[in-house]
Write a protein that binds this ligand. Structure first.
Ligand code: ADP
Ligand code: ASP
Ligand code: MG
Length: 407
């Protein structure tokens, strides 16, 4: 008998018909003699609907109350799924994140899982129950409900799989697996049968919504094998696992795009030690993730800083940038959220020079201006204007030979 942890995303439980299908799928595993723990997201777009509701009452609600609200979405879907399984005569129990023993830090809205207290889960499994767990939520040591950031149900599933040493963690979604690019933007995108943790982590961090980056990081750390697949058919999906360098034959294995980007710039900053520390420490104290950072060439003891943050953090980040600009004597602050980040990812880049130049050529031929660039060993990212981003993704997919992959 093996233990399987599965996660079904919002589109997989969007309505009663879909919930019944998920129930049938879970029962297939139970009938085959497996123990099953299923993590579910909120139904359809209901998390977005809850955020919209909150914004009608308060433009900047506290993160604590937001977590109280958003955690209800998953509570609806776990109970309905458990009822659908009960209706078929199978023993089942739904558990909230706190009931499932998911302990997090206190960082509301982007909490990190610290550990999973597995006693209750083990007890319910021993009683022969199918367990349905609310994704995306946990409890802090201050006894507060927390949420794990958008897409956080993926991380819940991986954390449970790691804590209980499950044989596999299946991530069911509305596409057949991980593709060379978002199939909604690039019709010629092809499904990858295998992808390494490192490449998947880059793709996810750079905007490929199919997995939450933290889930991939957690899976890599704990060596949890992920199988990303569709809840709408029984096709084999994509396996995310450790891949030997020798097995890698593609220079670029994916193109990603992130529209959740705001660019913030500080002008005429005094050029002396400690300035970058003051700015980025102030942002870190507010728990704001900064992505790209550029410091311009020094001129007359002044230079400019630009950096990017997620759009959710824009208001607070601009506020902090203004405070720091005043404190350090910078001339001013500007921001722009009509930008997006386009990236190419591939482990083969390490040994193939000229990949970045080729990306820049593709953007030049499309007459797209590059506003910021960042690179790592296995990725190149460019910030461009939002409206040009999808065009860039399609062209890069073609230029790096990904249109030709077997489907
Ligand atoms: P779920 O509700 O199941 O968590 P998400 O919407 O979070 O689903 O993630 C699935 C979506 O991710 C797909 O519908 C697809 O449009 C998008 N996506 C972006 N990049 C990729 C990629 N490289 N491969 C597959 N899907 C991707
Ligand atoms: N419901 C949450 C969200 O929409 C968590 C998830 O779906 O993974 O982000
Ligand atoms: Mg998701």
């Amino acid at each position: 008998m093996s233990l399987i942890v599965q996660k079904f995303g919002g589109s997989s439980v969007a309505n009663p018909e879909r919930i019944k299908k998920v129930a049938e799928r879970i029962i297939e595993y139970k009938d085959a003699g497996h123990q099953v723990i299923t993590v579910v997201s909120a139904m359809g777009d209901s998390t977005d609907d809850l955020i919209e509701l909150a914004n009608q009452l308060n433009a900047r609600p506290s993160a604590r109350e937001m977590d109280m609200l958003l955690s209800t979405g998953e509570q609806v879907s776990i109970s309905l799924l458990a009822m659908a399984i009960q209706a078929k005569g199978y023993p089942v129990i739904s558990l909230t994140g706190p009931q499932a023993g998911i302990r997090t830090n206190s960082s509301h809205g982007k909490a990190k899982i610290l550990n999973v207290q597995t006693d209750r889960l083990e007890q319910e499994l021993a009683n022969g129950k199918i367990i349905i767990v609310a994704g995306f939520q946990g409890i802090s040591d201050k006894n507060e409900i927390t949420t794990l950031g958008r897409g956080g149900s993926d991380t819940t599933a991986v954390a449970l799989a790691a804590a209980l040493n499950a044989n596999v963690c299946e991530i069911y979604t509305d596409v057949d697996g991980v593709y060379t690019s978002d199939p909604r933007i690039v019709p010629k995108a092809a499904k990858l049968s295998v992808i390494s943790y490192d490449e998947m982590l880059e793709l996810a961090s750079l905007g490929a919504a199919v997995l939450q980056p933290r889930a991939v990081e957690f899976a890599k750390l704990n060596n949890v094998k992920l199988h990303v697949r569709s809840s709408f058919n029984h096709n084999e999906g994509t396996i995310v696992r450790e891949v030997e360098d020798m097995e890698k034959d593609m220079v670029v294995s994916g193109v990603a795009c992130d529209h959740n980007v705001t660019k913030i710039a500080l002008f005429d900053v005094p050029d002396k030690p400690g300035i970058a520390y003051q700015l980025f420490d102030a942002l870190a104290q507010e728990n704001i993730n900064v992505d790209m950072i550029i410091q311009s060439h020094e001129r007359e003891n002044r230079n400019d800083f630009s950096f990017t943050v997620g759009r959710d953090d824009k208001a607070r980040a601009v506020e902090i940038a203004n405070q720091v600009a005043d404190a350090i004597g910078a001339r001013g602050v500007a921001y722009d959220d009509t930008v997006a980040k386009v990236s190419i990812v591939g482990a083969g880049m390490k040994t193939n020079p000229g990949v970045a130049a080729k990306m820049f050529e593709v953007l030049y031929r499309l007459n797209i201006n590059i506003q910021m660039i960042s690179t790592s060993e296995i990725k190149v990212s460019c910030v461009v204007d939002d409206e040009s981003a999808d065009r860039a993704v399609v062209a890069l997919h073609t230029a790096f030979g990904l249109d030709q992959l077997e489907q």
